[in-house]
Write a protein that binds this ligand. Structure first.
Ligand code: ADP
Ligand code: TYD
Length: 206
């Protein structure tokens, strides 16, 4: 039996990990077998690639290098974790996936969404999410939440107009794929957002 592949997307600090934790509890209580992962990361190799990508010292990193490093981390995660879990009938919830590359590299860095999907086809093959939740916040909202927590990484240190392009880019992408990408207002309360996510995910099991 094929499992269900869910991805959570949104700007930095939009509330993705908070909502993934709550969704995991909800689905586990219903008896589903859940695998959580995050991007870039989720395997030893992918986590090592993550430390290179996000290292604030690497200011000189080129856009193509960045795009391909994200795709490499993704290829390993798909092969080692996501595909086997889906083949075993599990529910996979991934914190970011290909749409993050489409928005951050394709739109905010200006490389083009089509190029990003083209490169990522080699990394993921047919393994696309069945449903994607977009937590929609303004660029500044997420970053100011993040600043209260920890040191900002290489991407989080980008100028505010970059984060605005990310937020707008996500809205444009959701408009392009309305059947798969469900946009939710990320400025509501944690509980309100959780209820909306549950309503969307429950439909997938009907
Ligand atoms: P992300 O995984 O998208 O970066 P997090 O879930 O880590 O975001 O949330 C970033 C910060 O914002 C955390 O301190 C979290 O407690 C807080 N937060 C999450 N959801 C909300 C919300 N709906 N309203 C206000 N603060 C939130
Ligand atoms: P992470 O800390 O996981 O995200 P968040 O700040 O939302 O908790 O950091 C991952 C960073 O990498 C984040 O700034 C988004 C960026 N990113 C891309 O630019 N392209 C991608 O394909 C992915 C997966 C992430």
């Amino acid at each position: 039996m094929a499992g269900l592949f869910i991805t959570m997307e949104g700007a930095d600090g939009a509330g993705k990990s908070t909502q993934i934790g709550k969704l995991k509890n909800y689905l586990s209580n219903k008896g589903y077998d859940i695998i959580l992962c995050r991007e870039p990361g989720g395997t030893k190799i992918s986590e090592d690639i993550r430390t290179i990508i996000l290292n604030p010292e690497y200011e000189e990193m080129g856009n193509m290098t960045e795009l391909m490093l994200y795709a490499s981390a993704r290829a390993q995660l798909v092969e080692q974790v996501i595909r086997p879990a889906l083949d075993a009938g599990k529910v996979v919830i991934c914190d970011r996936f290909i749409d993050s590359s489409a928005v951050y590299q394709g739109i905010a860095r200006g490389m083009g969404v089509d190029l990003v999907y083209e490169v990522n086809k080699f990394a993921i093959g047919e393994t696309m999410p069945k449903v994607t939740i977009l937590l929609d916040v303004k660029g500044g909202t997420g970053i100011s939440r993040k600043k209260e927590q920890a040191e900002l990484d290489r991407i989080e240190r980008e100028a505010m107009d970059f984060h605005e392009r990310v937020s707008q880019g996500y809205r444009d992408l959701a408009a392009r794929y309305p059947e798969r990408i469900h946009r939710i207002d990320g400025t509501g309360s944690i509980e309100e957002i959780h209820e909306q996510i549950v309503a969307i995910i429950d439909q997938q099991f009907q």
